[in-house]
Structures are given as structure tokens and as C-alpha cells.
Design a protein around this ligand. Sequence first.
Ligand SMILES: C[S@@+](CC[C@H](N)C(=O)[O-])C[C@H]1O[C@@H](n2cnc3c(N)ncnc32)[C@H](O)[C@@H]1O
Length: 357
Amino acid sequence: SRKLCAMSHAGKKRKLDKSRQDRLYFDSYSDVTIHEEMIADHVRTNAYRTAIFRNTELIRGRAVLDVGAGTGVLSIFCAQAGARRVFAVEACSIAEQAEEIVKHNKVEDIVQVIRGTVETVDLPEKVEVIVSEWMGYALLHESMLNSVLYARDKWLKPGGLILPSRAELYITPISDPVVEDRLFFWYTVKDQYGVDMSCMSDFARKCIKNTDITVSSVAVKDVLSHPARFAELDLNSVTVEELRSVKGPFRCESFGSAAVNAFCVYFTVTFPCPGVPQTLVLSTSPSQPETHWKQAVLYLDSPVEVVQDTPVTGEVRMYPSEDSARHICVHVDYTVGQQKTQSKTFSIPDWTPDTQS
Ligand SMILES: C[S@@+](CC[C@H](N)C(=O)[O-])C[C@H]1O[C@@H](n2cnc3c(N)ncnc32)[C@H](O)[C@@H]1O
């Protein structure tokens, strides 16, 4: 699925130089599958479409920069909303398709597809609006936000509009019964086949409850408390430097008796909507319609029992991996009730293919 497509789970740890990291990253966007997944994500694409149309007043007659235009869909929404000029900047070869789609929609007089990284392209003018869909798994995987901030500082006029303009990160303890069932399975083998395989349980635990960030859909029934927001980014002011460590404390209280065996991390992004009392939120919460981002699940080494109102507190810190700056690490310190504080660091599985050129 998105952004994991170029990553090999069995890959070796190897430090990648930045140009190779970027090449792998942009290659992953050159195929149709990833764009199909994004465009087909109705929650995502419609949130942007609605947000762009609700900002018609600020877009009409103005210049827009679409950072990482992909197939050009957001650029075309902006043209439809009356933009005077849209710069659709895209680093990978999907820019060729964007060009074709722009012509096909007869907006080639407005949308100019520019192939290149936003860090290196030259635009003929500064813009009043930046639009970008930069969010990765657990929000910050891929580190594409850095490019948006770069574009903001270089090309956005003072007081300009950024869509979306805010991002928030949440955490909540969950209980994933499927994983516990998989561990228990090895105890049931003896009854079925007369061979005791219960000793596999430890191995299974190491394989399943490793330090990988698992991207999967969390069922609402498995969520054990109200989610806690641990970080908030204002895209008008956040700096690349601040993205090197995004952290905050959290406190959750358990709804009832359960065994916590994981944390779920998810994000929302918010679009300003002038003249409308409510802002528009694109949410990847387990209690909202599913998106292709699903949720990030962080498995604990062993389950912890909670009862109603047991506090689950701690701190989450997210930072780019040392091996590849595009990879995010999530460190969680957590305390359940009176137990002593525990820590675990998670990362998205390696994406180092063996075919190094
Ligand atoms: C998540 S996709 C979004 C595509 C499209 N805007 C959409 O909403 O369907 C991000 C795109 O940004 C491109 N991209 C990422 N970083 C970039 C950069 N620094 N300069 C130019 N393009 C970039 C990627 O190649 C990818 O096509």
C-alpha cells in the first residue's frame, strides 16, 4: 500500500545516502498503484476538494503552488475554484500523466505542470496559496512536510493560505485480540495433532510484537479509552528544525476492564474555512470512515491489565530515523496505573531492497 510499496520487510539495515533515499522515494510514486489508492481514497480526496471549494474566495484570481502534485488532481480542483495560475510541482515521472490529465480537462492555460523537486524548481512568481497532500503513515513518515515548509518559506507571500493549515497527532491504548489469538494458537496445536508446539509462542511473540510500526485498521471496539492529543503542528509557523522531534505527553483513562496490548497512533489535518463556523477536518481516527492511512499500531511486548478509569500516561516522541531521514521512529514511554514506566521504540520496516545499484 501507499509509501510502503518500495519497502522490504526483510531488508537489511543500511544507512542510505540522501540521493538514494530520494530516488527510492520518488520511484515509489512513479507507478499507477499508489495514485490509484490515493485517488480512490474518497475521504482524503473529497476532503481536499471540499476544502478547496470552500476557500474559493481566497483562491479566485490568485496563484497557487501544489507541492507534490502527483496526477495533478488538487491543482485541477484549484483551477476549477477559479485560480489564475497553478504551479503543479512534481518530482517523479507521474508528472507526465499530470500533464495529460490537465490537457484532458482543458485547464492547461491555468495549470502548469513543472517536473522537479520543489526545492530546486524556479517559479515565475510567488503564490498566495499552497496546497499539498504530504501526510504519511503516522503523519510524519516520508518527511514530505519538510518540502512543504521549504516551499512555504521560499514561495508563499506573507499571510498566504496553506491547505491544510494544521495537523494533530493522537494516541490511545487498544487491545488487539487477533494478535493474542495468534500467540495462543501454538498452545492449541497439541490437541489437534498430538504435537506440543507451545514453545513456539515466544518466537511468535518476537515476530509479531516486534518494534515495527504496523499499519492496520483498528476496530472501534478495540479502542480502550478516549484518544489523547500529544502534538499539534501549525503549518503557518512550524519549522523543519521542530520536526526533528515532535513530542508531547498524554493521559488516557480506560473505559473498562481489558488487556492493553498496543497503542494506536493516528492523525487529523484541518483546513480553514473562512465564513463557515466549523473548520474541515480530515481524520484518520478509528472511529471515522477508513482512509488508506488506516492507523499506526505499536505492539507492547506483553499485555497489561486495566480496569475502569485506570490511567495510561506517558510521552510520545517522533523523530526521523538515523538510517533514512524519510523513515519515522516513534518512541513511547508509558505507565499503566501503578506499574513502573516502560519504554519502547518503533519504526516503519526497512525499505532497503537488495538490488543496490
Ligand atoms: C502523497 S502524493 C500526493 C499526490 C497528489 N497531490 C494527490 O493528492 O493525489 C505526494 C506526491 O508528492 C511528490 N513529492 C514529494 N516530495 C516532493 C518534492 N520535494 N518535490 C516535488 N514533488 C514531491 C511525490 O512524488 C508524490 O507524487
